[in-house]
Design a protein around this ligand. Structure first.
Ligand code: GLV
Length: 329
C-alpha cells in the first residue's frame, strides 16, 4: 500500500476515505515544524497539506514523494520551481471556495465601512449611555464604487454581488478579463493607481507571488480616499501591514478589514491597537460545506495523482500538469 502523510487535522471522514486507498500517517495535532514535516515525509508517496511550506529541501528529504495536495486555492507555500525540478505534482482546491470567500470579503468590507466590530467592542466595554447622532459614522456601501484588485474566480464572485448594492465596479488585474465577463459584471478595467484613487472600497483578491509582494504599501495607501476602506482576503504580504497601521492611525484611510497577515498566525502587534481595522483569523473559506468540499477535493487530487480511485492518473486540479507521468528526480 502507498503511504501518505496528512499534515494537518482535517475532517475524520476524509481520513477514512483516504484510508481506503493508502496507509495514512495523520498529524492530528500541532503544525509540524519544517524538520518534522521532512522527517514524516521521508517514506511517503503523497501528502496533504494546508499552507505548510514545501520546498527543495523538503522534497530532497522525501525521495518517494510524487504529489502534494494543498487544501487551499492559494499555493504560495509551494516552491513550484522545486516541484518541477523534482517532478513532484502540486495540486490545489480552486472553485469550491469561490462563493464562501466572496461572501466573507463582503462581510469584512461592510464591517469595516460600517464599523461593526469597533462599535461592538465599545458596547461590550459598557460605554453605551445614549443614542448620539454622530456615533460610529461610517461610509456607505450601497451606491459606492467597488475596486477589486485581482479579478480571478473569487474576484468575479465578489464583483457579481455588487449589482445588488447598485455599485460601480472597477478592477485591476494582471491581464484584462474577457469582454463578456466585464459586461456581465459591469466592471471597468483601470490601472492600479486609478483604482486606488477612485474606489470607495478596495478589495484584494490576487494571488501572492514575488510580484504581488506589498502591492499595497505607503505609496498606494496615500493614493486612496480618506473615506475609503481596504479589505484583504488574499494573502498576507500583499499588504505592507506596518504601512497600513500608520495609514489607519493617521486616518489616511477610514478603515480596513483583514483576514490574512504577514507572518500569520503571528501578526504585527500594532494592528491590535488600531480601532479602525476588522481582524479575522484567515477564515474566508470557513463554512462547514466549503471546508468539507476543500478537504474532499484535496483528497480527490491525492487519490487520483497516486493512480487510485475513479479518476486514476487524472487529478482534477494539477498546478504543474507537465510533470504528470514523469519519473521522480
Ligand atoms: C485560503 O486562503 C486558500 O487559499 O484557499
Amino acid at each position: 500500500m502507498q503511504k501518505i502523510l496528512v499534515a494537518r487535522p482535517i475532517f475524520p471522514d476524509v481520513i477514512d476515505r483516504l484510508k481506503q486507498y493508502f496507509d495514512v500517517d495523520w498529524n492530528n495535532g500541532d503544525v509540524l515544524s519544517a524538520e518534522e514535516l521532512a522527517r514524516r515525509l521521508a517514506d511517503k508517496d503523497g501528502a496533504l497539506t494546508a499552507g505548510d511550506p514545501v520546498g527543495a529541501s523538503t522534497l530532497a528529504a522525501a525521495p518517494r514523494l510524487r504529489v502534494v495536495a494543498n487544501m487551499a486555492v492559494g499555493y504560495n507555500n509551494f516552491d513550484m520551481a522545486a516541484f518541477n525540478r523534482a517532478n513532484v505534482l502540486g495540486t490545489n482546491t480552486p472553485d469550491v471556495l469561490n462563493e464562501s470567500t466572496a461572501d466573507f470579503g463582503w462581510a469584512l468590507m461592510m464591517a469595516a465601512a460600517r464599523r461593526v466590530t469597533e462599535s461592538e467592542h465599545w458596547l461590550r466595554a459598557g460605554h453605551w449611555q445614549k443614542w448620539n447622532y454622530d456615533s460610529f459614522l461610517g461610509g456607505d456601501v450601497y451606491g459606492s464604487t467597488l475596486g477589486v484588485i485581482g479579478m480571478g474566480r473569487i474576484g468575479q464572485a465578489l464583483a457579481r454581488r455588487a449589482r445588488g448594492f447598485n455599485m460601480k465596479v472597477i478592477y485591476h488585474n494582471r491581464t484584462r478579463v474577457a469582454e463578456q465577463i466585464e459586461t456581465e459584471l459591469n466592471a471597468q478595467y483601470v490601472s492600479k493607481e486609478d483604482l486606488l484613487g477612485r474606489a470607495d472600497h478596495v478589495v484584494l483578491v490576487l494571488p501572492y507571488t514575488k510580484d504581488s509582494h506589498h502591492t499595497i504599501g505607503a505609496a498606494e495607501l496615500a493614493l486612496m480616499k480618506p473615506t475609503a476602506t481596504l479589505t484583504n482576503i488574499a494573502r498576507g504580504g500583499i499588504v505592507d501591514d506596518a504601512a497600513l497601521v500608520e495609514a489607519l492611525r493617521a486616518k489616511r484611510i477610514a478603515a480596513a478589514g483583514l483576514d490574512v497577515y504577514e507572518g500569520e498566525p503571528n501578526l504585527n502587534p500594532d494592528l491590535l491597537t488600531v480601532p479602525n481595522v476588522v481582524l479575522t483569523p484567515h477564515i474566508a473559506s470557513a463554512t462547514e460545506a466549503t471546508r468539507r468540499a476543500m478537504a474532499n477535493l484535496a483528497a480527490d487530487n491525492l487519490i487520483a495523482a497516486l493512480g487510485a480511485g475513479p479518476r486514476a492518473g487524472q487529478p482534477p486540479n494539477p498546478i504543474n500538469p507537465e510533470v504528470l507521468g514523469k519519473a521522480r528526480t
